[in-house]
Design a protein around this ligand. Structure first.
Ligand code: SAM
Length: 243
């Protein structure tokens, strides 16, 4: 992976998708503590409950911001390879300065310019609701996943969006994220299935485990066989995803 990829900014010229006030909150210690003790334990529990391990996985952190989510993915799941990108070059610099064992670069979820079918797991933490073209972004992410790969995603519901509009003084753009209902509808169009959904932040946000499964009937099987643990707890490697 070229660490300098897209370092001139994204193809659509968007370099300030969240605004200075929210950027300060995103980069704060309080946010880091929430991620460590609330968001990530839920992601870990979603994977554990399906006996999925990312230890042998190639993982992508989309919209990595200051890199704290990237750090937590590295610490919590010890993936074989970890890539991360954000559309804001300053955030990517911050993320790189953490010294995480990861390839961190500037890219846009709407046009990530990464090879399709190349990731076992993708994390998206609070990104789609900042992206007016989130449907395209979701579809692009689905293309980046291998068949049977998993998407761990956390985004706000409509109550939070209304609150954020008032607090941040920025009404959502046309076509922008309005809540979890449109996301649930869009998941299938992107070739993904929701395996499990949990409320977080007192129901203001939802945390999801989705799987890329060609057939709906595969959904309950978690076709990510290569990510499954054996009963003894060993990671199963090198198995093909069932047809
Ligand atoms: C709310 S922050 C979350 C950052 C990090 N995932 C976390 O949870 O701390 C949203 C991030 O998404 C990034 N972002 C917004 N639109 C994006 C896009 N089109 N492509 C890539 N990243 C984007 C922003 O720059 C920002 O860093």
């Amino acid at each position: 992976m070229d660490k300098e990829q897209g370092s001139q900014g994204n193809s659509r010229g968007t370099i300030d998708p969240i605004g200075p006030r929210e950027l300060r909150i995103m980069n704060s210690r309080a946010r880091e503590l929430l991620l460590r003790y609330w968001d990530f334990p839920i992601f870990a529990s979603l994977l554990r409950s399906r006996r999925l391990s990312l230890e042998n996985a190639i993982v992508l952190d989309v919209g990595c911001g200051s890199g704290y989510t990237t750090l937590l993915i590295s610490e919590t799941f010890s993936p074989r390879r970890l890539d991360a990108f954000d559309v804001v070059p300053g955030q990517v610099e911050l993320a790189r300065s953490r010294g995480i064992d990861a390839n961190i670069f500037v890219a846009d979820i709407v046009d990530p310019r990464l090879p399709e079918h190349s990731y076992d797991a993708v994390f998206i933490c609070g990104v789609l609701h900042h992206c007016p073209e989130w449907r395209t972004g979701l579809s692009r992410v689905a293309h980046l996943l291998r068949d049977g790969g998993v998407l761990l995603i956390e985004e706000p519901g409509s109550r939070h969006i209304k609150l954020e509009t008032v607090l941040m003084g920025r009404p959502p753009a046309d076509g922008a994220w309005t809540g979890l209902e449109p996301f649930r509808d869009e998941v299938a169009s992107a070739g993904l299935s929701i395996v499990e959904e949990r409320p977080i932040y007192f129901g203001l946000f939802g945390s999801f485990l989705c799987v890329k499964a060609a057939e709906a009937r595969e959904r309950d099987h978690i076709v990510a066989r290569h990510l499954l643990r054996t009963p003894a707890g060993d990671v199963v490697t090198g198995q093909e995803v069932p047809a």
